[in-house]
Structures are given as structure tokens and as C-alpha cells.
Ligand binder design. Sequence first.
Ligand code: ADP
Length: 493
Amino acid sequence: MILIVDDQDENIFSLQKLLESYDFKVDTALSGPEALKKVLKRDYALIILDVQMPIMDGFEVAQALAGYSRTRYIPIIFLSAVNTDKKFITQGYASGGMDYVAKPVDPEILMLKVKTFYTLFQQRLALDNMQQELRMEIEQRKKAQQELNEKMKHLYAILEALPQLAFTADSSGNIEFVNNKWRQYADRNTFPNLHPDDPDIQQQLRNAAEHPQQIEIELRLLCNECEEYKYHLFRVIPFMDGGQYKWIGTFTDIDAQKQVEKRKDEFLSIASHELKTPLTSIKAYAQLLQRTVDKNENSVAGQYIDKMQRQVSLLGDLVVDLLDTSRIENGKLKIDPHYFDLEELLDQAMDTIRHTNEHRSLKIHRKGHIVGKVLGDRMRIEQVLINYLSNAVKYAPEADEIFIKIKKDENKVQIEVVDQGIGIPEYKLPELFTKFYRVEESSIRFQGLGIGLYICAEIIKLHGGSVGAHSVVGKGSTFYFTLPIEQKTEINR
Ligand code: ADP
């Protein structure tokens, strides 16, 4: 909007027409005071100001406009029939006006100036807006930064209150904050010294740089005070701070727990070794005894010896499992791989299961057959299969049907044992293959040590395969393991 200020109606009229013919919006004032009132209420892009006016001349109006911050920068074109000498022109500029056009007005010249000022004004407006936005953005950033600082202070206070060693680090793993507890193990800029066999922490954080996610490892830290390595659980997660991610982590002392575990493992190892010798003797004597009474077939003593042998054999299995567990703990569980016939092994395992469960009318169905040989430790694979099958019998006391399925893809063969037993709640499945784990709901009803599946998982791991299970409570479970195979092995469905 352009404001024309002139005390002559006819001047205003002709100028207004001219400007409107160029699509400018126009407002008018017949005197200086009226003009001042208008500019205080409305925004104008340009004022065309007649110099000779009664009450207040154009220069006085311009001076008054220069006094208000709101109007100070509105460009002014002075129009005058007289006062065209240099002194008056200079006065025009000094009072805040920006150009001076002498009457009679040349419309083309005036329009050129109007357009220039108008564009300049628009640009200034745009600049002002941009500046305003920038100012707001700076304000917002300052506020965000302040809030972030507050949050970080809050976070540091929480870390300070933790009983663990706690720290924050930048994305490259450079330490930024440590709590007081940290000092027992290291200086404020370094990670604690680790056991030489444990992985370097900073390197771990750097390795995770591309896909930062939670890391959890058990590590041994060298304690400054006691000069001993102590087991800690190192847990670190990424978090966003000012647009980039950082790390926040803790070391929790689990040394006491680890020592108890170690003592328990040692006890189990010694106990199972100690049990093995007398058990072997009992087995041998039971066999000798059986030979002596065999002559009197169906004697009561013969039946008792049978029962005794069955129980001794169960006890033997338990001792073997315990020995395997301690072998795993000591890294001494080894496999002796050779090519073997998986089909033959499956048949044998099924026979064993039928034989040991003669009191049940078990039906074991097969689906899928494998042609060719598989590389592995035959005895250990049989152990896994028997374990799966025994569980399928044990945890399905009301159902006598078991399915063994063989599946194969390019790289592996998968053997599944499917039962129609009690099933396992889904959230417990991930724990099944861990040491001593037993599903609470069934642990009272069914006897066991909770180490069978753990041993299976370790055996299959040594073969480069994987284990797993899925299950529906009340409907049954499927336990599977995979073995890597050579390409030439084929499968018939
Ligand atoms: P154990 O049978 O001696 O307890 P395992 O390691 O063989 O030990 O099995 C661990 C646990 O997994 C069992 O205690 C049982 O709760 C559950 N489990 C294993 N197999 C099955 C199955 N086929 N059906 C239901 N639960 C099972």
C-alpha cells in the first residue's frame, strides 16, 4: 500500500489514478497530521509526500515519521513545485526521505522511482522477516540447549547416585563423564584396565558406530585398590544428544555371583567324577550278578536285578550329563567328526526310545529322508536326538505320537522332533537352552536337571549348526537342530 499525502485533491486524484493503473494499492491523506495518524495505524510500503502543505509541510511530516521506530524506515518521495534547489533537496534527505521529484511530475520517472522503492521495501520486509525468523530460531536453539544442559545435569546426578561405575562417551568412545565410583578403577579419561583376554571397550564402541545398539558383555576389570581382576557386567546403550548419538553405560560388579557360580561348577565337576568310579563298579557287579541268576529264569532276584540295572543306567546318564556340563564349562567338550549315515542314526535313536519306553505304545512317524552322509560326531548327534526324543516322551504323558521331520536347504539339514505334549509358554522359549533352566510350570511334575538341552545346544554349536524350539501351550512343541551339509547330500520327501 502506498500513501499519497497532498493538500490538493486534484493532485491526489491524478497520482492515485496513475499508481492504480500500475496495480498499486493506494491510500490518501489531505494533510500532514492526517498522514501521521494513518501511518501509525497501518503499514505502508512508500509515502509520496507533497512538500508544500499548510499546518505541517512535507519535511516536518518526514521528520515526525523518522521519530517513530515503526515508521522510520518507510521510504518517502517528496513532490514539490518549488524548492528544487540543492538546499531543499538535501533537507529532504536529512529528514529521512529517500528521493525528491519536482513538479510537474513526469509520470514515467515517478513510476520508475515508485517501483524501485516498492521493490526495495519488499526486499527489506523479506529481510526483516528472515531476521525475525533467525532470531526466533536462535532463541529456540538457546532454549533447547539450555534444556539439554539441564537434562544432562539431571542425568549426571542420576549416574552419580548409582552404585555401579557409570560413564557417558561420545560416538567414538571418548569418555565425557564418569561418576565417583569410577575412580576406584580408572582415571576420569580412561576406561578401566581389562584382563588381557577380554575385548577392548573403546574398540567395541567404535565397531558399533555404524549401527549403534545396546552392548552387554561380561568383563574382568583390574581393581586399583585390591589389584585383582573382578568380574563386571558391562552394559552400554546409545542415546541422542544435540542431534548426534552418544553412549551411556555402566559396569556392574558381578564378581561375588561369578565366584559362587565357579564354586558350584567346581563342585559339580568333582562330584560327577567321584560318582563315576563307584557307579562303574555297581554296573559291573550288577552284570555279574545277572549272569549268575540268568540260569534261574524269571526268578524274583532276576527281576530285581533288571530294575536295578535300569536305575543304574539312569544314574549313569545323569552323571554323564553332569560330566558334559563341566566339560563345557572348562572348554573341554570336543567333537570327533566323521561322515555318517543320518538315516541309520535316526532309526537307531527311534529304536532306543521305543525300547526304553516299552510301557508306552509310542508311535514315531517320519517325514523326509536324507540321502548321503553327514559330517559330524555320530555319538554326540545321537545324544542330541535321544535328548529331544526323550523330552518329547517325557513332556507328553498323554500323547503317544511323535513326529521326526527332516528338512533341507542348500547349506543345512534340519531335524525336527514334534510332540503333542504340554507345550511351553512362548516367552520362556529363549531360556530353554540355558544351563539349569527348567520351565517352572512343569518342573514339579516332571523330574530333571535342566542340563540336557544346554548340552545339546553346545554340541550343535561345536558342529556349526543351530538349535531352537517353538511351542503352543497345551498343543505341543517342536524342537529342532540344524547341521551344515555338503552339496551332494539329497533329500527325498
Ligand atoms: P530336563 O528335562 O532334565 O529338565 P532339559 O534341558 O532337557 O532338562 O529341558 C529343559 C526344560 O525345557 C525342561 O525342564 C522342560 O521344562 C522344558 N522342555 C524340554 N523339552 C520339552 C518338551 N518337549 N515339551 C515341553 N517342555 C519341554
